[in-house]
Design a protein around this ligand. Structure first.
Ligand code: ZN
Ligand code: ZN
Length: 84
């Protein structure tokens, strides 16, 4: 029987933890910390265009989920456009 794949790979979670720790668990846009908001690690350069940067901590940025959504709304828009 095939094993179900984990939804989020452990390597990705490790990367996220490292990015959050480096940024001292603080959103790099609004400055809120993990006690106030839910934090996520954002890829500065889209990883689908730069697969090697997917697990590069220097390509990660700590954002709260609100700022993260906002960032994708404007940040990756152009990248997605040119990709299509
Ligand atoms: Zn934020
Ligand atoms: Zn992101």
């Amino acid at each position: 029987m095939p094993r179900p794949k984990p939804l989020i790979p452990k390597t990705y979670l490790d990367w996220q933890q490292k990015v959050l720790a480096r940024d001292l668990f603080t959103c790099q846009i609004c400055g809120k910390n993990h006690h106030q908001v839910q934090l996520e690690a954002h890829h500065i350069k889209p990883y689908y265009k730069n697969p090697k940067l997917r697990l590069d901590i220097n390509n990660g940025k700590t954002l709260c989920n609100t700022c993260h959504k906002e960032q994708h709304r404007k940040g990756w828009k152009n990248a997605q456009k040119t990709n299509n």
